[in-house]
Write a protein that binds this ligand. Structure first.
Ligand code: ADP
Ligand code: GN1
Ligand code: MG
Length: 382
């Protein structure tokens, strides 16, 4: 018996099941609804895996209720989504159609009954549906350098696939990776201290403020024309790429809500943040949080292989720094959310966002202690 049959036996689950069945009826899906269960560990959207009996074969779909407090213009977001996925699908058809490994290379959205790539329910909830990629999985923590290489190469390939997208995409969250703006927001919340939590976070705040100058480094280089903007993913947490169970290759980049113009460094930085530590993002034993150099090396090699040769030597030389910067930035965001009363990221326990902040800052310290070696490696790789 599959575990989701057990999970779905309670009363709330029965209601969820009928709700999901009703949502499914609004999309062009063929067959009978069987069951829907919560899925994945994302912090933003509500995700469900939903099974349909399609002429005797069980096929799964992902239903997602998009978090519209975070994404204020979900229609524009879905416009980006369709442009990005159809661009990649077109490339696959033209360039790699004969290669069976490429068939699942991008998400495939199912249209609603009226032909939109989403459906709004009567309460205003914003739903979308796409094909479940089977025989693949995401990892919250990466175990081997091989997995790190595969994931990074897929994210690099994603940037390369979108490098020739013509029209500018919508900015789904303005200033998403504007680290100085994130710091300014933290300072504002510190001034207001709306939940009286400030007294608990002295060391964390001091650590962050001591790195104020780092926050604007990449934007200064961008403004000076040293770093170029591309279409980037902007949320390359390692559980946003599906790894093929059979081959171990990164087969499909998911969570496309923040795909928009950005620096490629934001993507590499988030890979270092999520792919080098053996500890979970919310680990409370900080001794476990460390930047593992072999994982960094695999990420760097994988990313450069996937992205190809579009980075200039200057751009490449700033990749190691981006690991530190994005880790610091997410630490700032977790701390801000903790002080604000946990209004942005989903939390499952008191202090969850503070625990997450602490792992980020510990990882920044670990990156700093190995930074020279990280830079030397980036300088030697092509
Ligand atoms: P969030 O924005 O909340 O992180 P995601 O789009 O990343 O939402 O989806 C959450 C999780 O659902 C992913 O980490 C992944 O495990 C799973 N998932 C999402 N899309 C698919 C898909 N098409 N096939 C299989 N699993 C998926
Ligand atoms: C969120 O959606 P998810 O869980 O993949 C967040 C990222 C953070 C990440 C921290 C839209 O990512 O920016 O880096 O949590 N996404 C959004 O784990 O804010
Ligand atoms: Mg995600």
């Amino acid at each position: 018996i599959e575990p989701w049959f057990i999970v779905c036996s309670g009363k709330d689950e029965m209601r969820m099941k009928s709700d999901l069945c009703a949502v499914g009826a609004e999309f062009r899906l063929y067959g009978e609804f069987v069951i829907g269960v919560p899925f994945g560990t994302g912090h933003i959207n509500d995700t469900y895996a939903v099974t349909y009996d399609q002429g005797g074969t069980f096929n799964r779909y992902i239903f997602q209720r998009v978090n519209t407090r975070v994404f204020r213009n979900p229609e524009a977001l879905m416009e980006n989504f369709v442009r990005v996925t159809s661009h990649i699908a077109g490339k696959i058809r033209r360039e790699r159609a004969a290669d069976p490994r490429c068939r699942r290379r991008t998400l495939e959205v199912a249209p609603s009954r009226s032909g939109d790539p989403f459906w709004r329910d009567p309460e205003g909830n914003f739903w979308r549906c796409y094909v479940f990629v089977e025989n693949a999985r995401t990892y919250d923590v990466l175990e081997t350098p091989e997995l790190a290489f595969a994931a990074a190469s897929a994210f690099g390939g994603f940037q390369a696939d979108l490098a020739d997208l013509k029209e500018r995409l919508h900015e789904t969250i303005p200033d998403f990776h504007n680290t100085p703006a994130r710091l300014a927001r933290l300072e504002e919340v510190v001034r207001l201290d709306p939940c009286g939590r400030l007294r608990e976070v002295g060391p964390e705040l001091e650590f962050i403020l001591a790195r104020r100058d780092d926050c604007s480094a990449l934007l200064r280089l961008r403004d000076a024309g040293e770093l170029r903007e591309l279409v980037t993913h902007n949320d390359t947490k390692l559980n946003n790429v599906l790894i093929d169970d059979l081959t171990g290759a990164g087969c499909c980049v998911i969570d496309l809500d923040t795909v928009m113009p950005g620096l490629p460094h934001y993507d590499f930085g988030d890979m270092v943040r999520t792919g080098t530590s053996p500890a979970a993002e919310d680990e409370t034993d900080l001794d476990k949080v460390v930047m593992r150099f072999p994982m960094y090396e695999a990420l760097l090699r994988g990313y450069l292989q996937g992205a190809g040769s579009f980075l200039s030597p200057v751009e490449k030389s700033w990749l190691p720094f981006s690991g530190k910067l994005i880790t610091l930035e997410i630490g700032i965001r977790f701390l801000t959310d903790y002080l604000e009363g946990d209004v942005y990221f989903k939390v499952r326990r008191p202090g969850h966002n503070l625990d997450r902040c602490r792992t980020q800052l510990k990882l920044v310290a670990s990156i700093e202690s190995q930074f020279d070696a990280m830079r030397r490696l980036a300088d030697t790789l092509r």
